[in-house]
Design a protein around this ligand. Structure first.
Ligand code: AMP
Ligand code: TRP
Length: 316
């Protein structure tokens, strides 16, 4: 039996290097490693994005951009089922079924919801049930492994809980997935040293122009003591080996500006080939890839949802 590997990203803004190293690269590495022994799914979570985006044009642009990003970093849509959550209504249907398996107090403990409430923000009901839509994304494809960043660990626990509740009631229908979180990149730090995140405004954009990268790197917070600017080093580690950095940081001990300039060069050199590839991808290319992805995804999810409908007693 082939393994199934699936991950998703919300289309809610421009991707940053935290998304790339935390989720996209682990997915690509697995893909290059296991091309022949696993099925791969890559999803644009646009209905998850709706829990936070209220701007029609922004959501639309972000959907196109997320697919472009995937293609530019090297995802081959012939090999990977690259699709959009909203193109496959099985997800929202399965999400409903799973919502009926878990309790309100359980969902109230989810970080994605709790953190918003703690900040005094208005949490919509979609945000509240977010973990069960994500569980649906994963379970519809019989997924074994889900490569994600550390912040998604709890969502995988929630998914397993939904599986336990469902299977306990109806028999072994759903498969328990596992997260794949790489120690070294589980939390990529941002320009202020905290976790890189859209909502903290501390990101380095994955497909930014050289000026964008320059601006972000120059804004990395450095304290004026010590030879090694830790916040610069922590990001630099993603682009160079420790041995290379050892030499660079020893030669430039205390010279923060030189080190930031070296980091700008390294990020820019890394992104340049992907940037060129990305620029050549048209809106029609994106639409074509998504149409084919939706077709392939539905073949699998329809089957699973059919079984679910059957065991819960909906098929009459
Ligand atoms: P999001 O932007 O929240 O939709 O995240 C998309 C994916 O990137 C998820 O798997 C996250 O866990 C991962 N991710 C986001 N920010 C970081 C970060 N700073 N470090 C590592 N992974 C991250
Ligand atoms: N919640 C994830 C995030 O914000 C995105 C996501 C939605 C996802 N569905 C998924 C990730 C299924 C992995 C598997 O990053």
């Amino acid at each position: 039996m082939k393994q199934t590997i699936l991950t998703g990203l919300q289309s809610s803004g421009d991707l940053h290097i935290g998304n790339y190293f935390g989720a996209m690269k682990p997915f690509l590495d697995l893909y290059n490693d296991k091309k022949d022994s696993a099925n791969f799914y890559l999803m644009v979570a646009d209905y998850h994005a709706l829990t936070s985006v209220r701007d029609r044009e922004a959501l639309k642009a972000s959907i196109y951009n997320t697919v472009r990003d995937y293609l530019a970093v090297g995802v081959d849509p012939e090999q990977v089922t690259l699709f959009r959550q909203s193109d496959n209504p099985d997800h929202t249907e399965m999400g409903w079924v799973l919502n009926c398996m878990v309790t309100v107090p359980f969902l109230m403990l989810a970080h994605s919801y709790k953190d918003k409430v703690a900040k005094g923000l208005e949490a919509n009901a979609g945000l509240f049930t977010y973990p069960m839509l994500m569980a649906a994304d994963i379970l519809l494809y019989g997924t074994d492994l889900v490569p994600v960043g550390e912040d998604q660990r709890q969502h995988l626990e929630y998914t397993r809980e939904a599986v336990a509740k469902f299977n306990n009631a109806y028999g072994e229908v759903l498969k328990e997935p596992k997260e794949l979180i790489l120690e070294a990149v589980g939390v990529v730090p941002g320009t202020d040293g905290a976790k890189m995140s859209k909502s903290y405004k501390n990101t380095i954009p994955l497909f930014g122009s050289r000026e964008d990268i320059q601006k972000a790197v120059m804004s990395i917070v450095t304290d004026s003591t010590g030879d090694r600017p830790e916040n610069v080093y922590a990001i630099h580690k993603l682009f160079r080996t420790e041995a290379e950095l050892e030499t660079l940081y020893t030669e430039n001990a205390g010279k923060y500006k030189n080190l930031k300039e070296a980091l700008i060069e390294d990020i820019d050199a890394f992104i340049e080939p992907m940037r060129a590839k990305r620029a050549a991808i048209s809106d029609d290319d994106v639409k074509g890839v998504l149409a084919e992805g939706a077709r392939k995804a539905k073949l699998v999810s329809n089957d699973m949802l059919g079984r679910v409908r059957d065991v819960i007693g909906i098929t009459i």
